[in-house]
Design a protein around this ligand. Structure first.
Ligand code: ADP
Ligand code: MG
Length: 748
């Protein structure tokens, strides 16, 4: 089928018109055609309807093609005009084309005219179709791919007619499901009535659009906060609401995150400030204001040199800028200027801040107090030094225990031998007592250095206090007078004795430090007014403390003493150990007059005491001899001597091999005392050999180690009779009594 066109002719002669018309009919269906011979006729026909083309003669009797072209141009219509002429008029042709003619031909060139007519008309048509399709695709894509949620809603039923892809993604409903739904099914807390009411303004044409805040609930219950814009779209036979929803969740989340970050920055203990690349300060947090003394007005908008000494350290600041602007972080010491004209050294961390395009736009400074950091470092080093010392001391303490065993052993023998010489036996007794004190110390060191759980026992508190005061009276300067008053009537408490000793020693040391020019140290015990606990008071006549010191004394690392003298750990440990032993501690102090620490421990109840007292020191008789095995000659000799003193026969060996050699000649044996951890680890074999020969032989195991260390060596202490080193006469006798009663080997 031929394309149909409407043609307007401008011509004097109908003959010419018909000739061209016939030629056109071979290419087009002529919808309508008309003929104008004057300017006025042409104008009237032109404005009367739409024309696809105009065919005009160059020169007519009452008008010409130039006038025709001018009229068309003035009307704003885009109609192709084909001009033909009686002769080849080059000047006229140029003039026509200049005025917008589609072509210029001579009358005999009908074929050429036809070619350009069909070319011009088809080109125009194709271009128009192309454009419309492109436009439609663009619009569809824009709506379909939009990140906003787009709905077309039927005005009457309020059902969704169209939704874009974003709606399907966000709501998690399928297109099919959504087509049956209305906004009421998607929006939280929205009823049909309310929706209608809100839409009346738009549907009655009073408002172009309305904007609502809505919360869309997805199929799985996810809530999307969004802002909805609703408009009415008029169609031929129906009206639709066009609703566009922008998801605000992301925006809200970003905003909330930013608010939180802001709070972190505002409350940070580091001084934080931000500068532009040119050094202008744009933000400073409250801590920075405190660090420098400058207020917001002093700093914001000013150059960084207001708060940093960049004049003196200009090279350093060049480095900071170069590092940070290259995207890296800078850390080091810088000097902050304070409002009063001073300077403080701080540890600075400087980071680049980037905008959303990733470009570095600002610098952020994080300033830490350097003095605080230094102090922490010194304390750490000191604590570490203490720990190393503790470990060393632990090692020495173990060997020292053996030495003390020997000293104590010999001294108790001397004391017995010199029973008639009271002046001398008194001194020997003192030796026994002192080696016992030494044991307490070494045990304490062992306990402290290994940090192991120690055994809670029922102890007579006053005895422990005495032990400590005896030691300190030996080592404290002579200008400190020590006054001890015991009035608790032998009260017993449940505690780890070495820990109580440590508490008392730490308090005594502090009292000594508080009395550099001498004074009086009072240690007193009494029953509490309620009668349920025992109080120990340790008072000095030293410097005393101001309230701000008193409030902090139990804090770890709090000290007023010079470096190397105080660790600030003494009272922290005291507090810890008081808690561990169910005690309470309070401190009273008057500046310039002295300090009193009061310790309170609850009594243990009577049943526990009677239980503990049941093991008596009564002497057991043994028929056979006692075999002693220990690789330390001092210990061996000490025990041997003690046993003989109490009337037992002792045979001692330095280990399993030497005992094995004599085994056949041992004769009757009633008891063995064996070092648990012999150097050659022969304890077990030795015990087995003895048990094989003597059947039900009771064995006492000696050890200088605590249970924890023994376990570490793979030796269990359960069910064994354990005799702790250093061995004292009374503890040896007690162990013998225990062994004998268990195995009932006593000779009556
Ligand atoms: P250190 O003795 O290493 O300083 P402490 O924890 O033992 O640490 O004591 C903390 C601080 O408490 C001391 O530095 C001192 O200021 C104060 N203090 C403790 N005991 C006394 C006391 N008896 N008299 C005065 N001040 C004391
Ligand atoms: Mg101290």
């Amino acid at each position: 089928m031929l394309p149909s066109v409407s043609v307007l002719f401008v011509e004097d002669s109908g003959v010419e018109k018909n000739r061209i018309l016939e030629a056109l009919k071979r290419h087009f269906t002529i919808e309508i055609h008309a003929l104008a011979s004057t300017t006025d006729e042409f104008h009237e026909l032109l404005t009367g309807r739409h024309w696809d083309m105009v065919v005009s003669e160059e020169y007519l009797s009452k008008t010409d093609a130039f006038e025709i072209l001018d009229i068309i141009n003035a009307s704003g219509r885009e109609i192709p005009v084909f001009v033909f002429s009686a002769y080849s008029d080059v000047r006229g042709a140029v003039e026509c084309v200049r005025r917008g003619a589609a072509d210029f031909r001579t009358k005999d060139d009908i074929a050429g005219l036809m070619e350009s007519v069909s070319g011009a008309l088809s080109r125009k048509k194709v271009r128009r179709e192309d454009y419309e399709e492109y436009e439609r695709e663009l619009l569809t894509d824009m709506i379909e791919e939009s990140r906003d949620l787009i709905f077309l809603i039927d005005e009457k039923s309020l059902r969704f007619r169209y939704v874009n892809r974003a709606v399907i993604e966000k709501t998690e409903y399928s297109f099919g499901e959504l087509r049956g739904m209305t906004p009421v099914d998607l929006v939280r807390n929205l009823s049909a009535e309310v929706l209608r009411e809100r839409l009346t303004g738009v549907s009655e044409g009073e408002q172009d659009k309305i904007v609502l805040f809505t919360e869309i609930v997805s199929k799985t219950g996810k809530v999307h906060q969004s802002e909805a814009t609703v408009q009415l779209v008029y169609r031929k036979n129906e009206n639709l609401f066009y609703a566009r929803l922008e998801d605000l969740s992301e925006k809200i989340r970003t905003h909330e995150n930013a608010m939180r970050m802001m709070q972190v920055v505002e409350h940070s203990t580091s001084g934080i400030f931000v500068t532009e690349k040119d050094g202008t300060v744009t933000y400073a947090n409250p801590k920075l204001h405190r660090q420098t003394g400058f207020g917001e007005k002093d700093i914001i908008g000013q150059n960084i040199k207001i708060i940093k000494n960049i004049i003196e350290d200009s090279e350093e600041y060049d480095r900071i800028w170069a590092t940070v602007l290259s995207g890296r972080r800078w850390a080091g010491r810088t000097k902050s200027i304070t409002k009063d004209g001073g300077q403080v050294e701080v540890l600075s961390f400087v980071s680049p801040i980037r905008n959303s395009k990733g470009e570095i736009t600002n610098l952020a400074f994080f300033d830490e107090d350097a003095t605080l950091a230094n102090e922490m470092k010194m304390q750490l080093i000191h604590a570490q030094k203490m720990e190393t010392l503790g470990e060393l001391a632990g090692g020495i303490a173990h060997d020292f225990n053996n030495v003390l065993t020997a000293i104590g052993g010999f001294a108790s023998v001397i004391s017995r031998k010199l029973k008639d010489r009271k002046d001398l036996s008194y001194l020997a007794d003192k030796l026994v007592e002192l080696s016992e004190s030494g044991r307490a110390l070494t045990q304490g060191l062992l306990g402290y250095s290994r940090k192991q759980e120690q055994e809670y026992r029922i102890i007579e508190l006053e005895r422990t206090v005495r032990k400590v005061t005896d030691i300190i009276s030996l080592v404290f300067p002579e200008d400190i007078v020590i006054d001890v008053e015991m009035n608790s009537g032998g009260a017993r408490i449940r505690a780890v004795e070495s820990q109580i000793e440590q508490i008392l020693l730490n308090l005594a040391n502090n009292a000594r430090d508080a009395m550099p020019d001498g004074g009086l140290l009072t240690v007193a015990s009494s029953k509490s007014p309620s009668g349920k606990s025992v109080l120990i008071r340790i008072g000095d006549t030293g410097t005393g403390m101001p309230a701000d010191v008193l409030a902090n004394i139990f804090k770890p690392f709090f000290t007023t003493k010079s470096e190397g003298k105080g660790t600030g750990l003494g009272l922290a440990i005291v507090k810890d150990l008081m808690d561990a032993n169910s005690g309470k501690i309070v401190c009273d102090s008057i500046l310039g007059h002295g300090t009193v620490f009061t310790l309170e421990f609850p009594f243990v109840d009577i049943d526990e005491i009677s239980c503990a007292a049941a093991t008596s020191d009564s002497l057991v008789k043994l028929k056979g001899s006692v075999v002693v095995i220990d690789d330390d000659p001092g210990v061996r000799e000490g025990i041997e001597t003690m046993l003989e003193e109490f009337g037992y026969r002792a045979v001692s060996f330095d280990g399993y091999p030497s005992m094995y050699n004599k085994l056949e000649h041992l004769g009757e044996v009633s008891l063995a005392v064996i070092d648990m951890v012999l150097a050659d680890s022969g304890s077990v074999i030795a015990a087995e050999a003895l048990l094989e020969k003597y059947g039900n032989l009771p064995i006492i195991y000696m050890t200088g180690y605590d249970d924890e260390s023994l376990k570490g060596k793979g030796i269990g202490s359960e069910g064994k009779i354990i005799l702790r080193k250093p061995v004292f006469a009374y503890s040896l006798l007690k162990a013998i009594a225990e062994a004998a009663s268990e195995k009932s080997v006593s000779g009556g």
